[in-house]
Design a protein around this ligand. Structure first.
Ligand SMILES: [Zn+2]
Length: 450
């Protein structure tokens, strides 16, 4: 068989190549919609199996749907991609000949069987981060070049792309043995999940995993990937499933319960009470009580007088509020945890039922709460628990309900500024916060990128 001669690079169309804008490819002809392209690297490579010599096995081509930008407007295009296959010539005495048949690895597609480019897949993913697949398709309709409706892939095809995209990202993760882990649950209106963050001393807190369910099996399977022996501390919230499972796997002396998460339980219980007790009042009055003592300084004298008046006429309200405010301060100001026990002693019977979860968690986790307080030395008003909680709340309220994959991708992989990172080691909480804020503000994408 005559060896096919590679197209010479003198055929390169520089203008079309710039327009194609894929680092590893040169355009060798065509137009803005049909782009003929190949890799400028036409060297015959060593065998991928054995490293032996190979020969050119022939030229092949395939068509891939891509997305290019024309005057900052995106549109679909077809890449006519030309490539070579190579066959190994290595003859090993006493063994079968290698004979491996392969093509060079390229980065602009995610697999040899892909029908769309990675750039196309990324676009689906970027849009799916903040809108439903129906809306993704609606948005991408504007990319269609007249007469080529089929370039827009179907919803099921998009779902597959998303699944594969997230799996690939997951595969690039490296779980270095962390010194300390945080595991916080979150209950949204549709699902429960666990956010896992790595807290190395002297470096920013990074989210390294989102477990899309709160079950013993899921927690166990995550912890199996972590070097438990090297772990100095693991901080959990008050969720009993999480606490019990972690305590079963990690030595109890390393388990801590975040006092800020108990403050959240306290607040949630008091919220139920105050919304019932003051249901005939305006929402803002109820929120005044709920705000917590740290926010009291911001309350006007008039409102403060109103709060006092209400308490004067309602002993139950006065008692509950004083119990709430008392523990809130204890938990927030990072005082000696032994004071918690005295808080419980002053609770009257009505309050005990109002704060039934708070009290029961406090009793069960008292050692772990104390250990957290001793070990963590958190700065006042700088609660990583609150930061992650409010991130979860934002995602829940601003973005549509999604599959577990999209949901995890929003938390873990929404930073598109980094291309395929071989060693993904988590995303800074503060970085994610600004990405999510930007997604909310701009609808997820810069206007010119849409
Ligand atoms: Zn070989």
């Amino acid at each position: 068989m005559a060896k096919p001669r590679p197209r010479k690079l003198k055929d390169v169309d520089p203008e079309l190549t710039a327009y194609l804008d894929i680092d590893e490819l040169k355009a060798i002809g065509g137009d803005e919609y049909n782009i003929k392209t190949m890799s400028p690297n036409t060297e015959v490579p060593p065998c991928v199996e054995c490293g032996g010599p190979t020969e050119n096995h022939g030229k092949f081509d395939k068509i891939l749907i891509d997305i290019v930008s024309v005057d900052r407007r995106k549109q679909f295009a077809r890449l006519h991609y030309y490539f070579y296959k190579y066959r190994c010539l290595n003859k090993v005495p006493g063994h079968e000949n290698c004979n491996a048949l392969f093509q060079k690895q390229v980065g602009f597609v995610s697999s040899e069987n892909a029908k769309i480019t990675r750039r196309y897949e990324d676009e689906v993913m970027r849009l799916a981060m903040y809108e439903s697949l129906t809306d993704v398709r609606k948005d991408m309709k504007s990319y269609i070049v007249k007469g080529h409706q089929k370039d827009l892939i179907s919803k099921p095809a998009m779902s597959k792309v998303i699944k594969r995209w997230v799996e690939e990202k997951d595969a690039h993760r490296v779980f270095i043995s962390p010194a300390a882990l945080l595991m916080y649950t979150y209950h949204s209106s549709v699902n429960d999940f666990i956010v896992v963050a790595d807290v190395e001393p002297h470096s920013p807190c990074r989210i390294i995993e989102v477990i899309p369910t709160v079950t013993e099996a899921a927690i166990r399977s995550f912890l199996a990937k972590i070097d438990i022996g090297g772990l100095l501390a693991i901080v959990v919230d008050c969720n009993p499933i999480l606490y019990e499972t972690v305590k079963d796997i990690v030595p109890r002396s390393k388990v801590m319960v975040d006092t800020d998460s108990l403050r959240r339980v306290l607040r949630d219980e008091f919220k139920i009470f105050i919304y019932e007790r003051l249901k005939r009042y305006q929402k803002y009055v109820r929120e005044l009580f709920l705000a917590g003592p740290d926010a009291q300084a911001l309350i006007s004298n008039e409102d403060r007088a109103k709060m006092r008046r209400l308490q004067k006429n309602d002993e139950g309200l006065e008692n509950a509020y004083s119990a709430y405010a008392g523990l809130y301060v204890l938990l927030q100001k990072h005082r000696d945890i032994s004071e918690l026990t005295s808080w419980k002693e002053v609770l009257n019977e009505t309050n005990q039922s109002t704060f039934v979860l708070t009290t029961s968690y406090m009793e069960t986790y008292i050692e772990e709460l104390a250990r957290y307080r001793q070990g963590a030395h958190p700065k006042e008003g700088d609660s990583i628990y609150d930061e992650i909680y409010s991130l979860n709340q934002k995602i829940e309220s601003y973005f549509p309900i999604s599959t577990d994959e999209v949901f995890r991708a929003r938390m873990l992989y929404s930073d598109f500024s980094k291309s395929i990172d071989k060693k993904w080691q988590g995303i800074d909480v503060s970085e994610l916060k600004s990405i999510i804020d930007n997604m909310i503000k701009t609808g997820g994408l810069e206007e010119h990128e849409r």
